[in-house]
Design a protein around this ligand. Sequence first.
Ligand SMILES: [Zn+2]
Length: 183
Amino acid sequence: MDSERIQRAVRELLEAIGENPDRAELRDTPEKVSESYQEFFKGVAADPLEYLQESFPADSTELVMLKDIELVSICEHHLLPFTGVAHVAFLPDKKIIGLGRIAKVVEVLASRPQLQENLGNQIADAIVEGLNPKGVLVVLEAKHQCVASRGARQPEVNTLTSSARGLMEKPEYRQEAMGLISK
Ligand SMILES: [Zn+2]
């Protein structure tokens, strides 16, 4: 990532809103924004499938559910954060993975300019590609700063999205997973 370029752009932005980027209090702002952006967007150059390579054999085909995975992402329309939790349920097909790896896939894909709907789909597709389970369901619950602090100004609104693949597209499986999520 090009830190110098981010810093120049932030100076430009400050000037464009009528501010003086050389004002003492703003002097470190371009560098701080650059550091934040490097954290927010570290997933742009990363491959989520890298975290799904070390699977191991397992007999179980019962539902595996990871609830409340921390979710921090940046909406690609306003470059403002949306934050909340991700729930990932899958039905293994003789292959299982260290469960921290699923959280890593969520983190990598969230660390890009995103739309919540696309993010859920991308997490589901990565798990299908990397783990080939019988089914996967990804539910995201997030509050969007672009809804909270501008436009509609609805700070308490939670946006829920779900992305189902394979057997999880069937109501009976989806219901079991959704029941565990809402517990
Ligand atoms: Zn937005």
